[in-house]
Design a protein around this ligand. Sequence first.
Ligand code: ADP
Length: 308
Amino acid sequence: MDVDLSEVDDLTAPPMAAPRRALTTPPDPPAAPVVAPRSHSERADAVAFEGPPQADAPLGPWGHEPVPTPRAPLDVARLLRPRTTATPMVQLFHVTKRYTREGRALDDLTLRIDKGEFVLITGPSGAGKTTLLKLIFAAERPSAGQLLVAGHAVHNLRRGSVPLLRRNIGVVFQDFRLLMDRTVYENVAFALEVLGRSAHEIRQRVPTVLRQVGLGDKLQVTPNRLSGGEQQRVAIARALVNEPPILLADEPTGNLDPALTHEIMALLNQANARGTTVLLATHDPQIIQRYKRRALHLVQGRLVRDAG
Ligand code: ADP
């Protein structure tokens, strides 16, 4: 399925019910693209994101199938099954990440997350949760395997195309990462300024998203006058102000008490209900038990359970 990131910007679309996948069933590889005639500007956009074909790079999702990984077994059951209508948002094929020669932060991960899903990435400290999010955000590259985000081959993305990928991904961290000398409004506006959005759009969009996270009356205060939960709300507003199709949250409630954790989870649920695919890394057992979501459980870099 040929999914253009520009096509998945529609947050008004209802979230799609996504089929769960057993660990034993490898995900469908990206289908050969439907060769719809593209306008000149569409072709230009595709080239801008993908870059020109690279002779030594694994083949990407446009115009050709990914290179089959030798270790992938032939799955006859999958070949016979009717194709699902769900749209893959994130696909990993035998992805391994090594930071050093000795260990593997991620070890042969194969999984699929569909558009509109809310997925918990669980596991103990050091299991590889952050690494998985970093690979999706192109902050790190896989050492082996293939990684597609909305059908785009992130594993061999050209450096110049990384900002274009990141426009479509909101990120929230445990430590908020706010600019402490700027107001709440300025912190959120900054995310749009760097994308070159107009002053008019910024004036319209920033108060709207801050109202959505319950901070409509705190626009002009600096983060040091806010509680931890409020600071995380600012960070979520900043991540969502661009209406990204994907939100990555790395232990966003790690510094918060249970009541504030619930508030932050409610905001993430709202974003998901508006159509944003949410990937939430957490080792908090309360979140895992309380919020019945699909959970990808990692241990020492391996996917040991996919349940929800
Ligand atoms: P988690 O988020 O589940 O705590 P991480 O993805 O942060 O796990 O780390 C997975 C493994 O990779 C750990 O063993 C960690 O020490 C290692 N690791 C993470 N980042 C680096 C890095 N930049 N350099 C070397 N090793 C790293």
